[in-house]
Design a protein around this ligand. Structure first.
Ligand code: HEC
Length: 194
């Protein structure tokens, strides 16, 4: 009987650990930019299971599938533009071949391309890492999204619910990469094949 109680307690504890990532995934640096790449990777490992579970929670197709897609970087890395988060982008089958060339000019992504970018958020106060939003870009047929050059921007909160924002909020920044079909690509150090 005692053994069983212990087993149950152990199971309960590990279940709690699965959701209590905010306490678990602690870091020491002043800013996420000061973290060593190896530390970023350890924090990513710490949150990654809870992260994928969360994005899939509401049954969103991209949120449930993207982990089976092609990963475009060797590891998550910290990037400034998406609010000092650690990022890791996945490309669906339609997007992967062209995306992984990381071409800088004349890029035209095929219609149906989807890029899904995981993010790890850092709490400056608590010095912990936790799942951030999943950022999504979908290439639609010419003329379907004329104001955003045929890209539709989407996002899921860490609990799998859709994020609300204006398309222009995302696109105004992504227009900086017009020659790359509005794609910014992962930081060079972690690009696949680099
Ligand atoms: C201030 C500039 C900025 C804004 C605003 C911004 N992005 Fe990005 N985005 C970037 C940069 C820089 C990258 C490349 C980051 C990396 O992976 O290291 C990127 C990458 C991405 C990617 C991966 C595909 C790629 O470009 O290589 C997706 C998907 C994405 N962003 C979606 C969004 C969505 C959705 C929004 C709006 C909610 C948004 N972005 C707002 C700068 C921005």
């Amino acid at each position: 009987m005692k053994k069983l109680t212990l087993l149950l307690a152990a199971a309960g504890l590990s279940m709690a650990a699965g959701t209590a990532f905010a306490e678990d995934c602690a870091y020491n640096a002043e800013s996420p930019f000061d973290l060593e790449q190896s530390e970023v990777e350890a924090l990513y490992d710490c949150v990654k299971d809870a992260m994928a579970e969360g994005y899939a929670k509401q049954g969103d197709a991209v949120g449930s599938e993207y982990r089976t897609w092609t990963v475009t970087a060797t590891a998550a890395a910290v990037q400034g533009a998406h609010s000092k988060r650690a990022l890791l982008t996945f490309a669906n089958d339609i997007a992967a071949e062209q995306y992984l060339k990381f071409e800088e000019e004349g890029v035209v992504m095929p219609v149906g391309s989807v890029l899904a970018k995981e993010s790890v958020s850092f709490s400056k106060k608590k010095k912990t890492a936790r799942p951030g939003p999943l950022f999504i870009m979908t290439k639609v047929a010419a003329g379907e999204a004329p104001e955003t050059n045929d890209w539709v921007y989407g996002g899921l909160q860490p609990n799998g619910k859709p994020m609300k924002f204006k398309q222009a909020f995302c696109h105004d920044c992504h227009t900086a990469w017009e020659d790359q079909d509005y794609l910014a690509y992962p930081v060079e150090e972690v690009r696949i094949g680099n």
